[in-house]
Design a protein around this ligand. Structure first.
Ligand code: 1CP
Length: 357
């Protein structure tokens, strides 16, 4: 795609939305809040809609259903941002490596482990295949309340590659590492292809109406430093540069989960606007080292949200008191888990909305 993009106009200009102001580092009346996996199985209305839709991918690829499940948590809790309902694994599906989601297992793909299989993937069909996702994005822009920002997203090349090569989630990403260590050139071809098509995909989401983008690198923390640089940092730097060129006004949030002190290198070297930190990062360290470089998003333990009560209150207030004075977006350190009581989410949103800087 070569033309520059402008998001459709709505009653409240994008620029005035609290979440987008925070991503640009501008002062806000209070920190904005949204939660990773805010749509999902902890909500009874999600389970109902999921049953009607059929398979998980049918839910992602039917705009009417995907719009509905994206809006469910907005109606209930009034979050400042909504995230497009989809999954990071629509990219392999679109490249011609079919994905299915099995109850109790998660995503299942036919593993790709040879150069010939990588060469058979077809980057040219990605945007056509994902047309329903773009319809969901534009439908959401029309349906969301004026003050609610819309986040588009994708998985980072390394994390998506771990599923493509391993065929499913794994605790150590062993299959992707084996291919990367034994056949570095072959694996690099896959990373390069994913970097290219992920850029196409994110730009098309912006054209359809996404106002900010988040890139999930869930398994970044499992790589030794030189490989983290090669397979996470470098592709993200290229992706960010392309987005800066094609949609310069759209802020980008990175989430290289579990990388510890490398969060600093990541924000410095990629040029992203904001960094989402996992639960293990000390908010005081993030305030001192990361906030001068960009907006910090995070990092309540999803299990403190399950616990609720004083544990949740104290944990949330500690984060707010430490990070809430600089550019900050309240979130979790990882996604909401299915056994989270929805009432706890309501209490958390109230607490954040009442907190004063
Ligand atoms: O049965 C169901 O209903 C499926 C559960 C589910 C949901 C609700 C999956 C399967 N994906 C999603 C939606 C989803 N996934 C969203 C949009 C919803 C929202 O945030 O409100 C997003 C942003 C994702 C991103 C995603 N998918 C990531 C990155 C973030 C993270 O959680 O680390 C990853 C790694 C995936 C893969 C995936 N999809 C689904 C599952 C169960 C998994 C994890 C597989 C594993 O165990 O490794």
């Amino acid at each position: 795609m070569t033309s520059k993009t402008a998001a459709p106009s709505t009653a409240l200009q994008s620029s005035e939305k609290r979440f987008l102001k925070a991503l640009r580092g501008e002062p806000t009346d209070r920190p904005p809040i949204w939660l990773m996996r805010q749509a999902g199985r902890y909500l009874p209305e999600y389970k109902e809609r999921r049953a009607v839709a059929g398979s998980f991918l049918d839910l992602c690829y039917t705009p009417e259903h995907a719009i509905e499940v994206t809006l469910q948590p907005i109606r209930r809790f009034g979050f400042d941002a909504s995230i497009l309902f989809s999954d990071i694994l629509v990219i392999p599906d679109a490249l011609g490596q079919p994905v299915r989601f099995e109850e109790g297992i998660g995503p299942v793909l036919e593993p790709i482990t040879t150069a010939a299989q990588i060469d058979a993937l077809d980057g040219d069909r990605v945007l056509d295949h994902l047309m329903p996702v773009f319809k969901t994005v534009s439908g959401l822009r029309a349906a969301l309340p004026d003050e609610t920002a819309l986040i588009g997203f994708a998985g980072a090349p390394w994390t998506v590659a771990t599923y493509m090569v391993g065929g499913r989630g794994s605790p150590d990403q062993g299959a992707a590492k084996a291919l990367g260590y034994n056949e570095p050139e072959t694996f690099q071809r896959l990373i390069d292809l994913l970097t290219e098509v992920t850029g196409d995909y994110l730009i098309a989401q912006v054209v359809a109406g996404a106002e900010a983008l988040q890139i999930f690198d869930t398994w970044a923390g499992s790589l030794p430093a030189p490989y983290f640089r090669k397979w996470c940092l470098e592709p993200m730097r290229r992706l960010r540069a392309r987005l800066a060129d094609q949609c310069p006004n759209v802020p980008v949030i990175g989430f290289p989960k579990g990388v510890g002190a490398s969060y600093e290198t990541y924000i410095r070297e990629t040029g992203i606007n904001a960094i989402s930190i996992d639960t293990g990062v000390d908010p005081a360290w993030a305030a001192k080292v990361l906030q001068p470089l960009g907006t910090v998003q995070g990092n309540l333990d999803p299990l403190a949200l399950v616990a609720g009560g004083e544990t949740m209150r104290e944990s949330a207030l500690h984060i707010l008191d430490t990070l809430g004075h600089g550019p900050f977006v309240f979130n979790l350190g990882h996604g909401i888990v299915p056994h989270t009581p929805p009432e706890h989410v309501g209490e958390l949103v109230e607490l954040v909305k009442e907190w004063k800087p």
